[in-house]
Design a protein around this ligand. Structure first.
Ligand code: NAD
Length: 502
């Protein structure tokens, strides 16, 4: 197999020329199964170099005026817009998702950059005149220092952009540890930052696995850690970073349920279930993985889902006809496929078997699994219990709204959910009662806009801070409260009592 590219770190405004990497990972092309390149894995020396560069760059970037910072962000925004398709192709080649879907993730990341362009407005503190006689009080928001972001394979551009535009706009320096499975987009983003005029060391990229992550988690100069990925690793990051005295936000895995009430428009619900279940081959943290059909809609809804799946085109991400690509690795594809067997063994019905789906161009040795539907799934089955993270949609049939709500609220995850109904009162009750962080009403993938914050509840979040929006601004700043009195003739006299306002 020919290896065509080599991806290395980006430290201090340039590719890191730290000599031969001791350890490397392999990058695959999921649509062919071919090894398309290698990526350097950071050890402690590379972690130290990246953190030292971030630390050295911090004082000047912290003191850069708000206008200077926002001008760099505006330039980065323009470059990102110009290079959107190119970045989408890089993502598609390593992740497998279709190019149009990858362009969509760049667009959603771009929205966070646009939000961060408004940083002069977002960093306004409060001011209270005359809190005591001729005494003023105000608050200022200051950056933390070098901060790190650790991100998953499924959104190699968007998820990092939930973090770094806000962190950098707030005056921090940022080290990104992207997924080792699709590392190229992050390097292109680093090049665009440099072109936009971001000073060296403000944004670095460190590739690798657990060793790189642990190096960041234990480094005393890293002040905060943002993480997005699976729940076991989110818990580990949260605990380890907190033990080391860092501020930490850690977004975990998901099992997103879509409830369909008897009065719902079933065509709309079937469109939504298929789009949200199989877009990006189900490798989205906001993918719908469980359809909860409230009696009597199950059979009719399933028939409509089947009709739509029959028309889907599965193929390589760079084929404009493809609507769904392969899975990210062979190992992940095989694990996802194993739920088809375990589901049937445990009593579910295989309504659509994705192993039989034809692939445009034949599929070669790629990591293919077509859209799959398991019907009559029960909560005790593995297919229900586990986050499958692939194109497998489970249908659970329940007798009532109350039963649906109990199922959702008993589930350990709480990332996203949706209800399909034409009853405003039922929808309002649902949004009030459901223990999930992001709710869609007749909207299957309710990803919040950049000026709101993204994040789940329960096992989908460790820490108390969601990504981007004002929660992002608060996460990446610390507040200082100032009380000020300027000398005037009224001042004077020692008073040992606790200050009260008069
Ligand atoms: P992952 O948890 O395996 O990896 C995420 C990151 O952690 C990667 O950078 C990886 O290199 C690193 N990592 C992996 N194992 C580690 C270890 N033992 N110690 C330290 N670091 C480690 O996740 P993934 O497979 O890349 O992504 C898919 C998961 O991410 C799914 O569970 C999905 O639900 C979740 N996700 C969640 C959200 C959200 O917003 N809640 C968004 C996207 C993805």
């Amino acid at each position: 197999m020919s290896t065509t590219k080599h991806v290395t770190h980006w430290i201090n405004g340039k590719p890191f020329d730290g000599g031969a990497a001791e350890r490397q990972g392999v990058i695959f092309e999921p649509s062919t199964g071919r090894e398309s390149g290698t990526v350097d894995f950071a050890g402690q020396a590379e972690v130290d170099a990246a953190v030292a560069a971030a630390k050295a760059a911090f004082p000047a970037w912290r003191d850069a005026s708000l206008s200077q910072r926002s001008r760099v962000l505006f330039r980065f925004r323009e470059l990102l817009t110009q290079h959107r398709d190119e970045i989408a192709r890089l993502i598609s080649a390593e992740h497998g998702k279709v190019v149009s879907d990858a362009a969509g993730e760049v667009a959603r990341g771009l929205e966070v950059v646009e939000f961060a362009c408004g940083i002069p407005h977002l960093l306004k503190g409060g001011f209270s005149e005359n809190v005591s006689t001729r005494v003023d009080a105000y608050s200022i928001l200051q950056p933390l220092g070098p901060v790190a972001g650790i991100t998953p394979f499924n959104f190699p551009a968007m998820v990092p952009m939930w973090m770094f535009p806000v962190a950098i706009a707030c005056g921090n320096t940022f080290i990104l540890k992207p997924s080792e499975k699709d590392p190229s987009a992050s390097i292109r983003l680093a090049e665009l930052w440099a072109e936009a005029g971001l000073p060296d060391g403000v944004f670095s990229v460190l590739h690798g696995d657990k060793a790189a992550v642990d190096g960041l988690l234990h480094h005393p100069d890293v002040k905060a850690v943002s993480f997005v990925g699976s729940t076991p690793i989110a818990r580990y990051i949260y605990e380890t970073a907190a033990q080391n005295g860092k501020r930490v936000q850690a977004l975990g895995g998901a099992k997103n349920h879509m409830v369909v009430l008897p009065d719902a428009d079933l065509d709309l619900a079937a469109d939504a279930a298929v789009s949200a279940g199989f877009g990006s081959a189900g490798e989205r943290c906001m993918a719908i993985s469980v359809v909860v059909a409230v009696d009597p809609v199950g059979d009719e809804l399933l028939a409509k889902v089947k009709e739509r799946v029959a028309g889907l085109k599965i193929g390589p991400g760079d084929n404009p006809e493809s609507e769904m690509g392969p899975l990210v690795t062979r190992q992940h594809r095989d694990k996802v496929a194993s739920y088809l067997d375990s589901g049937v063994e445990q009593g579910a019905t295989l309504a659509i078997d994705g192993r039989e789906t034809p692939v445009l161009g034949g599929g070669g040795d790629g990591f293919w699994l077509g859209p799959t539907v398991l019907d009559h799934v029960k909560p005790e089955m593995d297919a229900y219990q586990d986050e499958i993270f692939g194109p497998v949609l489970s249908v659970v049939r329940v007798g009532s709204y109350e039963e649906a709500m109990a199922l959702l609220n008993d589930n350990p995850y709480g990332n996203g959910t949706a209800i399909f109904t034409n009853d405003g009162g039922a929808a309002r009750r649902f949004q009030n009662e459901v223990e999930v962080g992001m709710v869609g009403i007749n909207v299957p993938i309710p990803v919040p806009m950049a000026y709101y914050s993204f994040g789940g509840w329960k096992a989908s979040l460790f820490g108390d801070s969601h990504a981007h929006g004002m929660e992002g601004v608060h996460f990446y700043t610390r507040t200082k409260a100032v009380t000020a009195r300027w000398l005037d003739p009224s001042h004077g006299g020692v008073n040992l009592g606790f200050p009260t306002n008069g």
